[in-house]
Design a protein around this ligand. Structure first.
Ligand code: NAY
Length: 292
C-alpha cells in the first residue's frame, strides 16, 4: 500500500455550543476515524467548511487533527481560499504543523483565466516543500480543469495528484492517463467510489465516509482482493444511504449523524443549513441503516 491509497475522510469541522472551533471534539473525531482503519484525513475541504472559516480557525482545526493523527495517518490540508495570500499563509502553517500534503480548489467567486489559476496554485506550491493535490470541483468553483492545464501543472514534481469531484468517470480516467502511473487520482463523489477505483482512482476523498467509515473501509478491502460482486452490493447499500442523506441538507445531516455516533461536533456554520426536528425520523432511519 502506498501512501495515497484507500479511504481518505473529508473530515467535518467541530464547533462548540458557541460555534467556535472545538479542538477536543476534533481530536475525538480524529481518533474515532483512525480507529476505524481509514488511510487518511482531508482537513478543511468542502465537508470541513474550510471555505467559510477564518484563517485562524482553519489553523486551529488542523492543529487539533495533527495532535491526534501525527504519525498514524496521512493528513492532507485543504488550503484553498478566495485569495492567494490566505492560501500561502495556510500552506506554510500546514507545513509547520506537520501535514503530509497540501490541496486546493481553484480560486472561486471571480472567474479568472487558466493563467491566473495556475499562478494561484503555484504560489502555494512554491511556498513549502510539501506535495500538492489539485482539487477539481467545477460545480462549486466554476473553474473546469482541462487536461492541458493538468498536464502543465504536473510538470512540477510537487504536484502529485488530483481529486476529481465530477460525476464523469471518463474524465477521471482521462486525468489518470495524463498523470501516469505514479500520479494519484482521488475519487470525489462517494456514490461512485467503486466506479472511480475501477477507472483508475487510487483512493477516494469523501465526506460521507466520516459517518460510515466501516462501510468504505470494507468496500476498499473488497476491491483490493478483487471481490467485485460483493463490492457492488456494498456500494449499492451505501448509495441507498447517500440518496436519503441528499434529501436532507447534507452537511447538517453529517454533523447530526456524527453526534449519533458519539462525537458532538456541533452544527454547521451559516449559510449552510442545519437539520431540524422535522428531520429527526429520517436521521434515525439513516443511523439504523448505517449501523445494520
Ligand atoms: C470535501 O472536500 O469535503 C470532499 O472532497 C468531499 C466530497 C463531497 N462532495 C462535496 C461537494 O461535498 O463526499 C462528497 C459528497 O458529499 C458525497 O459524494 C455526497 O454527494
Amino acid at each position: 500500500l502506498t501512501k495515497y491509497e484507500g479511504v481518505f475522510v473529508a473530515m467535518n469541522s467541530c464547533y462548540d455550543e458557541f460555534g467556535e472551533v472545538n479542538p477536543s471534539a476534533a481530536k475525538k473525531l480524529t481518533r474515532f476515524l483512525l480507529d476505524k482503519g481509514v488511510s487518511g484525513l482531508y482537513v478543511g475541504g468542502s465537508t470541513g467548511e474550510g471555505l467559510i472559516q477564518s484563517v485562524e480557525e482553519r489553523k486551529r482545526m488542523l492543529e487539533a487533527v495533527m495532535e491526534e493523527a501525527r504519525g498514524q495517518a496521512v493528513v492532507i490540508a485543504h488550503i484553498g481560499a478566495a485569495n492567494t495570500r490566505d492560501s500561502v499563509e495556510l500552506a506554510r502553517h500546514a507545513e509547520r504543523t506537520g501535514a503530509d500534503a497540501l490541496s486546493s480548489v481553484a480560486p472561486f467567486y471571480y472567474r479568472v483565466s487558466d493563467k491566473a489559476v495556475k499562478q494561484h496554485w503555484n504560489a502555494m506550491i512554491d511556498s513549502t516543500e510539501l506535495p500538492f493535490i489539485i482539487y477539481h470541483i467545477p460545480s462549486t468553483t466554476g473553474f473546469h480543469l482541462s487536461a492541458s492545464v493538468l498536464q502543465e501543472m504536473k510538470q512540477n514534481p510537487k504536484v502529485i495528484g488530483v481529486k476529481i469531484t465530477t460525476s464523469s468517470t471518463y474524465e477521471l480516467q482521462q486525468f489518470k492517463a495524463v498523470g501516469g502511473d505514479r500520479f494519484v487520482v482521488f475519487n470525489g463523489p462517494d456514490e461512485q467510489y467503486l466506479a472511480g477505483r475501477m477507472m483508475g482512482a487510487n483512493a477516494g476523498i469523501g465526506g460521507t465516509y466520516g459517518v460510515m467509515p466501516e462501510l468504505f473501509v470494507a468496500l476498499e478491502r473488497q476491491i483490493r482482493v478483487g471481490k467485485l460482486e460483493e463490492a457492488l452490493s456494498l456500494q449499492v447499500r451505501i448509495n441507498e444511504i447517500i440518496t436519503r442523506m441528499l434529501e436532507l441538507p447534507i452537511y447538517g445531516a453529517l454533523k447530526e449523524l456524527i453526534k449519533r455516533r458519539g462525537i458532538d461536533c456541533g452544527g454547521v456554520r451559516a449559510p449552510l443549513e442545519q437539520v431540524t426536528g422535522e428531520h429527526e425520523r429520517q436521521l434515525d432511519e439513516l443511523y439504523n441503516r448505517i449501523m445494520q
